[in-house]
Ligand binder design. Structure first.
Ligand code: AKG
Ligand code: FE2
Length: 323
């Protein structure tokens, strides 16, 4: 599982859930909210992911985001290297010998003016208001979807009275922009991004028109995700797997570049805040569900992981913090 980057994919489809008529901020139609909540709950238990149809984020904004990504990735590498962060793995990543097609940039706090401005000013010292505006609107919309999905999950676990605030306030965001250039030679490996589980809480991914993301099922089969036009892919990460004491899957996924077109993706990552210790509520630990992980500091975990980038470990969180 997880290690074999060349195994064939199957035609099973991961579920698509329609958020279009769901009132995300203050649900007025409880029956619609509850119905979608159930679909979300079933999908994350079985697959740890689903596609979300989310018309509140207009197609135009997605296209603007694609154009903005093209523009930022076409900057000289010296400019991109100025994207640094004090958090491990949060800045520019590129020119890796094991993943030659992969290049990514990270924007911390992308749903705030301040976060976006700092990134934009680093990339374009004389400013780029249009870029900032697109990234900010895009991230704000996706963060609303993230909050609604996590509210649904906490309610489904039945711990909303005591832990809703904690769960929703435990995270900050990063927007990670990724460019996978087209393979230039037949010898060049087609692995865009090696199989991995996300370490953060929840990830919501957008891509340009080029597919390439594969997700692994519990049985070890790879599903090729065919993004529908209005869809985003929502993925559970290890921190949410740990917080729910293993009730949700956090699936392995990878990117394979199969054609001759560059792929772009923008993922909103909900990430445990600095200093937050990930620990399952005691209500989610019992005889039937013994505690799976020791409480851990997310940033400490990232530091450990960043030392072994490119290495495959089957259950990395378990290896470090398994009980
Ligand atoms: O580019 C993608 O679609 C996936 C990116 C991803 O899995 C990651 O950055 O963790
Ligand atoms: Fe990922």
């Amino acid at each position: 599982m997880g290690f074999d980057d060349h195994q064939e994919t199957t035609s099973v489809r991961i579920p698509t859930i329609d958020f279009s008529d769901v009132d995300l901020k203050a649900p007025t139609d409880a029956s619609r909210w509850n119905m979608v909540r159930l679909q979300v709950w079933e999908a994350v238990q079985e697959y740890g992911c689903f596609q979300a149809t989310y018309g509140d984020l207009p197609q135009q904004l997605r296209q603007a985001m694609d154009a903005a990504m093209e523009e930022v990735f076409s900057l000289p590498v010296e400019a991109k290297r100025r994207n640094v962060s004090d958090k491990p793995l949060h800045g520019y990543i590129g020119s890796s010998p094991v993943m030659p097609l992969y290049e990514s940039l990270g924007i911390d706090d992308p749903e705030t003016d301040h976060g976006v401005q700092s990134f934009t000013n680093v990339m374009w010292p004389s400013g780029h208001a249009k870029f900032s505006e697109i990234v900010l609107s895009f991230s704000k919309k996706l963060s609303e979807l993230d909050q609604a999905i996590r509210r649904m999950l906490v309610e489904s676990l039945g711990v909303e009275k005591k832990y809703m605030e904690e769960q929703l306030n435990s995270t900050c965001y990063q927007l990670r922009l990724t460019h996978y250039r087209e393979p230039q030679t037949v010898q060049e490996k087609k692995v865009g991004l090696k199989a991995h589980v996300d370490q953060n809480t929840l990830t919501i991914l957008h891509q340009n028109h080029v597919d390439g993301l594969d997700v692994q099922t519990r049985d070890g089969e790879w599903i090729s995700v065919k993004f529908a036009p209005q869809c985003f892919l929502v993925l559970v990460g290890e921190s949410l797997n740990a917080w729910t004491n293993g009730r949700l899957q956090c699936p392995y996924h990878r990117v394979m570049i199969r054609g001759h077109k560059a792929r772009l993706s923008a993922g909103l990552f909900a990430i445990p805040k600095q200093g937050y210790v990930v620990k399952a509520p005691k209500e989610l630990v019992d005889e039937e569900h013994p505690m799976l992980f020791k409480p851990y500091d997310y940033i400490d975990y990232l530091k450990l992981r960043s030392k072994e980038i490119g290495k495959s470990v089957e259950s990395p969180l378990k290896a470090y913090f398994g009980v």
